[in-house]
Write a protein that binds this ligand. Structure first.
Ligand SMILES: Nc1ncnc2c1ncn2[C@@H]1O[C@H](COP(=O)(O)OP(=O)(O)O)[C@@H](O)[C@H]1O
Ligand SMILES: [Mg+2]
Length: 372
């Protein structure tokens, strides 16, 4: 929404310790951290995990964002590792050459870069071989943490053996190489778990991202109090955080909205935050949906709603559609369409879906209120 100032990071109590325990135990080579987008996975990695691994443990660290190149995640993974390798090797060569230059003296330093030979990779090498080679060469016997951010992108890999080859390469480096996977798309993950690619995660321990709660809200309040005279109700801001689905990014934006407005009215700020999002095209478009689709969404937006396929759920939807009879089979069709548009996501329990995006939830709940 145009506000790109980052508010201070708020630590995820206990998570880092839990991750460290898994690696220390030697029982699992990897840790998976799955949570919806914008909930703070990357922030945790960058603010806590990577510095801890590099500075406290003295490990090598490699961070690869697979989301950025989700169209070719396999190539992205291999190229990132090769780039890392090249960076290290050229660093080496540069040091060697600089040492030589210093003894010989007077060669302009600019020449050093231009005379560097890039590390060559045979173009015809199978991607699987390049992967195994680059991974082993990067690790090079040193304790290493490899972070694969948004790993579900690998579910889209078209090469049959790629993920299996990756797993084999990882296993060979067990004890030296540790992996941290983050993921958010449930659909992608379900897919990865369902198909033969699941074994990738057998060697990994799933840890939950601890939810941020009132202490996080209170920390934001203290941040506000330091910078603004506006009086902000603690309860109102805590309620807003719940309404925002516990999404730290949105609470940060709300806090900035309060700060800029220099007005402590949380409800007003929530409205202008939403309006700003809509203007920025970040609201969720529901155009082109049929009444049944809307009814399904309305039901899913209800807190503690009954099953969409049960009598209560069908009754709720029928009421929303002026008494029209709703069949479970039509609901199924509507659900598929909504999932395709990314409006609902499977929960992991067969046939069950939910609205994952807090903004959509907020929108739908606001709609429900104006209807009542
Ligand atoms: N622990 C945290 N403390 C403060 N802000 C956070 C925290 N985690 C996330 N955020 C906010 O949410 C935004 C999105 O977080 P991010 O780590 O990118 O989420 P994800 O990787 O899960 O999609 C961050 O830019 C930051 O503003
Ligand atoms: Mg992220």
């Amino acid at each position: 929404m145009g506000i790109s100032v980052d508010l201070p990071y708020f630590p995820r109590t206990g998570l880092l310790e839990d991750v460290a325990k898994v690696y220390e135990s030697g029982l699992k080579q990897g840790v998976t951290l799955f949570a919806p987008r914008r909930h703070g996975k990357t922030s945790f990695v960058k603010h806590e995990l990577l510095p801890f691994a590099a500075e406290t443990l003295g490990w090598q660290t490699i961070y690869i964002d697979l989301w950025a190149r989700r169209d070719v995640p396999d190539l992205a993974l291999v190229e990132a590792l090769e780039a890392e390798l090249e960076k290290r090797q050229s660093g080496w060569r540069r040091k060697l050459k600089l040492a030589k230059i210093k003894t010989r003296a007077k060669t302009p330093v600019a020449d050093v870069e231009s005379t560097m030979v890039p590390v060559g990779f045979e173009a015809e090498d199978a991607l699987e071989n390049r992967l195994a080679h680059a991974l082993a060469a990067v690790v090079d016997g040193k304790p290493t943490l490899l972070v694969l951010d948004e790993v579900q992108a690998l579910a889209g890999v078209k090469r049959e053996n790629f993920v299996a080859a990756f797993r084999t390469a990882l296993q060979k480096l067990a004890g030296t190489l540790f992996v941290f996977y983050t993921g958010s798309s449930r659909d992608g993950l379900n897919q990865m778990f369902r198909i033969q690619r699941a074994p990738l995660f057998e060697s990994a321990m799933a840890l939950p991202l601890p939810a941020l709660g009132n202490d996080f809200v209170d920390d934001r309040l203290a941040f506000l109090a330091d910078r603004s005279r506006a009086r902000v109700s603690r309860k109102a801001l805590r309620d807003a955080f719940v309404a925002l689905g516990g999404t730290p990014e949105y609470l940060n934006e709300l806090v900035l909205t309060l700060l800029i407005a220099n007005d402590g009215n949380v409800v007003k700020a929530l409205d202008s935050w939403q309006a700003a999002r809509e203007k920025a095209g970040a609201h969720i478009a529901l155009e082109g949906l049929r009444p049944l689709d809307h009814a399904v969404l309305a039901l899913l937006a209800e807190p503690k709603h009954p099953s969409v396929y049960g009598a209560d759920g069908l009754g709720f939807m029928s009421k929303r559609m002026a008494g029209q009879v709703v069949k479970a089979s039509s609901v199924q069709g509507a659900m598929r369409k909504l999932a395709k548009r990314g409006l609902v996501a499977p929960t992991g329990r067969t046939g069950e879906y939910e609205i994952e995006d807090p903004v959509l939830l907020l929108q739908l709940r606001a709609d429900a209120k104006t209807r009542d």
